[in-house]
Write a protein that binds this ligand. Structure first.
Ligand code: NDP
Length: 278
């Protein structure tokens, strides 16, 4: 039987620490969130981010822009927020409408306010081991590991998925933590064999039931980043939890594992950004 890594509890613990830290600061850290269009899921994410800021005593403002907003209008707003002294973090909720160039928008954010850690400057700093901000979901995974007492150094770590948001940055962070890292993707030959080598297995694919018990070796730590709907319509991860859990030493559930950590790490980055400005 695996130990279940309780992301909700760990997240609550970190938020309490952040709240304490914020209460001692002279400057109130401020986060601006920009949402373009009326994607329902994005609206929920944005609401949750605003509520999380309030929970830890941070300032937040949400800019709701219509779907037909032009790229230059969006860039103009970002420029204004770059100069706004009460704003320490700027987050543009993705995905953006197709007529807006996502890369240009990310690059327009002041790297010192790039609390998502998507700007090439911050990605570069992360890669050379001198990060200012840590990307939120991977940072959440590292917190789950360290706060569960799981040592990464010297372990064989296998990451399935190579997106810029999860797969690549978590691979880099595990490497910096002295793991021996393998990154797998859709062109990997014999994925099951690669996964079986893992002492720490991170799945960020986005397919329900993708990681089956035969892909996991006994005693592995299994981190499930996926957020999917199962055949029953319920929220689930990439891992076949019922079959894998008895083999693993530690496992994150979905929901309640990696998910709750992402916004908490965004709050942490906003705090880091505010501290740098004072
Ligand atoms: P992407 O779709 O950008 O990346 C998926 C990755 O999975 C790709 O690298 C792809 O490989 C790989 N992949 C797809 N099929 C296979 C296969 N058959 N074998 C091996 N690899 C495969 O997704 P994201 O990284 O953005 O997200 C992954 C999951 O994590 C999603 O479910 C998402 O919802 C969730 N997520 C959760 C977050 C949280 O807060 N908990 C935050 C962000 C994401 P290739 O590159 O070759 O195409």
């Amino acid at each position: 039987m695996a130990k279940i890594i309780d992301g909700k509890a760990i997240s609550a613990q970190i938020r309490a620490e952040l709240r304490e830290e914020v209460s001692k600061m002279n400057t109130k850290p401020g986060l601006a969130v920009i949402l373009v269009g009326d994607d329902l899921a994005s609206h929920t994410y944005v609401r949750n981010k605003k509520a999380a800021c309030e929970e830890v005593g941070m300032y937040s403002e949400v800019h709701y822009l219509p779907g037909e907003t032009t790229e230059s209008e969006l860039l103009e707003l970002i420029e204004k927020l770059n100069r706004d002294e009460k704003i320490h973090g700027i987050l543009v909720q993705l995905p953006l409408p197709a007529h807006i160039n996502e890369s240009a928008v990310i690059k327009s954010i002041d790297p010192g306010k790039d609390v998502d850690c998507f700007h090439p400057y911050n990605v570069g700093r992360l890669t050379i081991g001198e990060p200012v901000f840590l990307p939120c979901t991977p940072a959440g995974i590292m917190e789950l590991l360290s706060r569960s007492g799981i040592e990464v150094a010297g372990k064989r770590c296998v990451v399935v998925g190579r997106s810029n948001i999860v797969g690549k940055p978590i691979a880099i962070m595990l490497l910096h933590a002295n793991g021996t890292v393998t990154v797998c993707h859709s062109k990997t030959k014999d994925l099951a064999e690669e996964c079986r080598r893992a002492e720490i297995l991170v799945s960020a694919v986005g397919r329900a039931g993708f990681i089956t018990a035969d892909m996991v070796s006994t005693g592995a730590v299994v981190i499930d980043v996926g957020i999917n709907r199962g055949p029953d319509g319920k929220l689930c991860g990439d891992v076949d939890f019922a079959a894998v859990e008895p083999k693993a030493s530690y496992i994150t559930p979905v929901p309640g594992g990696v998910g709750p950590m992402t916004i908490t790490m965004l709050l942490k980055n906003t705090l880091v950004a505010a501290k740098q400005r004072v």
